[in-house]
Design a protein around this ligand. Structure first.
Ligand code: ZN
Length: 320
C-alpha cells in the first residue's frame, strides 16, 4: 500500500513514498496519470526504476484517482456537501442558512453558479469569509494583510496557536473577507451561460418568421411578440449599452435598442414609455421601458428582436 506523506502538498504535487514491491506503472495507474507524466515529474528520464522508500511527486493537475486523499482538510467548523442530482446552489444555501457570497467564499474556484456537475464537493462554511490556500507558511502575514483580514480572527478561526500549526497547502478561512473577485467572475460566467433572459413574461402571440397576413399577402416577422398589459415593465434581456431610445419612423413606435458584448443587439418595440437614454449602460434585468401599443401595433405587446452580426435571428432558442 502506498502511503501519502502527511500534509505533503506543494506546488500542485502530491508526495508519495514507494512501498516494497510497487512499480512505477502501478503507482501511475493508481493515481490515473500516465507513466510518462510520472517519470517527467520525478526527473526519471526513460527509466522505470524506483526503490522502496523513494519519494515520488505526483502531479495533482493530472491525477484524478486516489490523490484526492491528499486534498487538504477544510478549516474548523466547515462541513462538506456533495452536490446531488437536481440540487442547486440556491437550494443548498437555503438548506444550510448561509448566503451565496458565503458559499462562493468557501469555494472560490467554483466554475458556475448554475451548471455544476452532480458529485461536485462543496465546502459549507460557518459564515461569511474567504477560503485561501496557504502555499508557504512564511507568507501568512502577507496573505492576511493582502486580504485586509485580522490576524487574531484568522488564527482563532483556523485553530492556529503556533507556527507549528501551519502546513504548506493548508486551507485558511479568512472570516469577513468578501470573495469579490470570484463573485465578479461568476457573474460574468452566469451571463455567458444565460445570455438572454425574457424581457417580459406574457403570452407569445407571434413567432419569428414568415407570417400570413391574409388576402394573399405575407411578410417576414423579424422578432417575437409577447402580449402584456400596458405599463408592464420591460427589462433588458442582457446587459449592454443603449444605442437607440426614441420614436422609430419604421413602425416600431417607441423603440429601445441595446448593444451587447460581442456586437449583438436586442430591440424592444411599441413601448408606452422609455426609461433609458442613448449611451446608458444597463444591466441584465434592469427596467428599460413600459409595455405599450405605439407604432404599427394592434394592442399592447412587446415586439422583441435579436440581431446577431447585423441580422435578425429567432430569439426563442436563446431566451432563458
Ligand atoms: Zn412583432
Amino acid at each position: 500500500m502506498l502511503a501519502l506523506a502527511s500534509g505533503a502538498l506543494a506546488g500542485g504535487y502530491g508526495v508519495v513514498t514507494v512501498q516494497s514491491g510497487e512499480s512505477l506503472g502501478e503507482i501511475a495507474h493508481r493515481y490515473r496519470i500516465g507513466t510518462e507524466a510520472l517519470r517527467a515529474a520525478n526527473g526519471l528520464g526513460a527509466s522505470n526504476l524506483i526503490r522502496p522508500g523513494d519519494v515520488l511527486r505526483v502531479p495533482l493537475g493530472e491525477a484524478t484517482g486516489g490523490i484526492v486523499e491528499a486534498a487538504p482538510d477544510p478549516p474548523p467548523g466547515f462541513r462538506r456537501h456533495v452536490l446531488g442530482t437536481g440540487e442547486t446552489l440556491s437550494g443548498i444555501v437555503a438548506r444550510y442558512g448561509i448566503s451565496i457570497a458565503a458559499l462562493v467564499g468557501a469555494n472560490p474556484d467554483l466554475s458556475s453558479l448554475d451548471r455544476l456537475p452532480t458529485g461536485v464537493e462543496l465546502l459549507i462554511p460557518p459564515g461569511e469569509g474567504l477560503v485561501v490556500t496557504l502555499f508557504d507558511p512564511s507568507e501568512l502575514a502577507d496573505l492576511i494583510e493582502h486580504h485586509g483580514a485580522d490576524a487574531a480572527t484568522v488564527a482563532r478561526a483556523n485553530g492556529i496557536r503556533s507556527p507549528f500549526d501551519l502546513r504548506p497547502g493548508m486551507l485558511l478561512f479568512l472570516p469577513g473577507v468578501q470573495p469579490s473577485g470570484s463573485l465578479e467572475r461568476l457573474a460574468r460566467v452566469r451571463e455567458e451561460e444565460n445570455r438572454y433572459i425574457w424581457p417580459v413574461h406574457g403570452r407569445l402571440t407571434s413567432y419569428f418568421g414568415r407570417r400570413n397576413l391574409g388576402m394573399g399577402t405575407s411578410n417576414f416577422h423579424r422578432g417575437i411578440d409577447v402580449a402584456a398589459p400596458t405599463g408592464t415593465p420591460i427589462i433588458a434581456a442582457r446587459s449592454g449599452t443603449v444605442t437607440f431610445s426614441g420614436w422609430s419612423t419604421r413602425g416600431y413606435g417607441n423603440l429601445v435598442r441595446i448593444r451587447h458584448a460581442g456586437g449583438a443587439e436586442t430591440w424592444y418595440a411599441h413601448a408606452s414609455r422609455l426609461l433609458v437614454s442613448v449611451g446608458q449602460y444597463v444591466n441584465q434585468g434592469e427596467r428599460i421601458a413600459l409595455i405599450g401599443s405605439t407604432g404599427l401595433s394592434t394592442g399592447p405587446h412587446l415586439h422583441f428582436e435579436l440581431h446577431v452580426s447585423g441580422t435578425a435571428i429567432d430569439p426563442l432558442g436563446e431566451l432563458r
